[in-house]
Design a protein around this ligand. Structure first.
Ligand code: DP6
Length: 347
């Protein structure tokens, strides 16, 4: 092992936005319900790992060029879950350098892109270290999932499904799969403008929120709702049914926040501006017939969604009516993307 040369791998992977939300876990990072998301184009993480043979393993981690010890325990936990599949973790010292295209405090969860980038680099390094090792994309997804559930869906571009549904034989709790349908053109160009309400750290993390679903009084109802919404959403994605899409998208966002409000202990991450934005979006849709809709993750920021063909008029309204309601007038404009890329190292 000592004679082996150092090796390296660099990957750029996207964050993703869930329309049907993963909320609640079982087993080892398995979701209690299926979720559907699309991968983003601009919000990405690029991670480079250089690995040198070393009997004791070990790693260092830099974020945006700076040491970031606050992420060590999360990485260690992840390594413990995947080291049996990736012996490289035990036999090489890994220098990990990561950077995000979106600011750390932007309210975009970076764990999906960060953990999928890490999983791609490690699988690639394992293959370089041992040419008998083969992996496919579902292996990468299942490893990414162990780092952060939503990361399972960040190993592909476009629309993806994670979680088991009896009606969809290829679906799995262990890894994500591409959405099992053709996607209508209107959903292949969807925009996601993130209206920043607050970039402060959340008072309750997603991981704690998932935990509160274990004893939640609405647990079974929520699982049934998500199963039903997943099946319906797949149909709407195929037929291009915008009305049906909007119904599910907004109900999922509000249900997620409703589950937080009805947990024990109860909490809310919504801010007054979140509700104002939601009302503005609904009002504009009713007034103009333009199919804008909203979703939210586990935070106060509001994601404004719309098909590309309406971008021009939506942007005018957004600047006038929505931007002044945002923290420091911040909006991060993104859209559906094509997925992870291996970065070819030139030197
Ligand atoms: C509301 O994937 O961040 O964004 O598995 O504990 O890392 P962990 O949680 P995480 O949860 C994401 C929750 C969500 C919905 C979703 O992305 O499906």
């Amino acid at each position: 092992m000592q004679d082996k040369p150092p090796i390296s791998s660099t990957w750029q992977t996207p964050s993703n936005l869930a329309i049907v939300k993963y909320w609640g876990k079982k087993g080892i990072q398995e979701p209690v319900n299926p979720s559907i998301s699309f991968s983003l184009s601009e919000a990405t993480t690029t991670t480079r790992i250089s690995a040198s043979p070393n009997k004791r393993g070990g790693f260092s981690f830099r974020l945006e060029g700076k040491k970031a010890p606050e992420f060590h325990s999360k990485i260690e936990k992840f390594f413990d879950l995947v080291r049996s599949r990736l012996p490289i973790i035990n036999h090489y010292h890994l220098d990990i350098a990561s950077s995000n295209t979106f600011p750390h405090s932007s309210g975009i969860a970076s764990s999906a892109s960060a953990m999928s980038a890490l999983a791609f680099c490690l699988a690639d390094l394992q293959r370089q270290a041992n040419d008998k090792y083969h992996y496919d994309i579902t292996d990468v997804s299942s490893m990414a999932r162990l780092g952060s559930g939503s990361a399972a869906r960040s190993v592909y571009g476009g629309w993806n499904l994670w979680g088991r549904l009896p009606e969809i034989p290829e679906s799995s709790e262990y890894y994500a799969v591409p959405a099992p349908t053709q996607i209508a053109p209107v959903f292949r160009s969807i925009h996601d403008d993130i209206l920043i309400v607050s970039s402060s750290a959340k008072p309750v993390s997603s991981t704690s929120g998932h935990g509160l679903m274990e004893e939640h009084p609405y647990r079974e109802g929520r699982i049934a709702q998500a199963n039903e919404n997943t099946i319906k959403l797949i149909k709407h994605l195929k037929t291009g049914n915008l009305e049906g899409f909007i119904e599910i998208c907004e109900s999922e966002a509000l249900s997620l926040h409703g589950l937080m409000m009805s947990s024990t202990p109860s909490y809310t991450l919504l801010r007054p501006a979140s509700l104002t934005l939601i009302n503005e979006i609904r009002h504009y849709r009713e007034k103009t017939g333009i199919p804008v809709s909203f979703t939210m993750d586990a935070g106060p920021n509001v994601h404004l969604l719309y098909p590309d063909e309406f971008a021009e008029e939506v942007l005018i309204w957004e600047k006038e009516q929505l931007q002044p309601l945002c923290e420091k007038e911040r909006i991060i404009r993104d859209r559906i993307g094509t997925g992870p890329k291996k970065v070819i190292e030139t030197n």
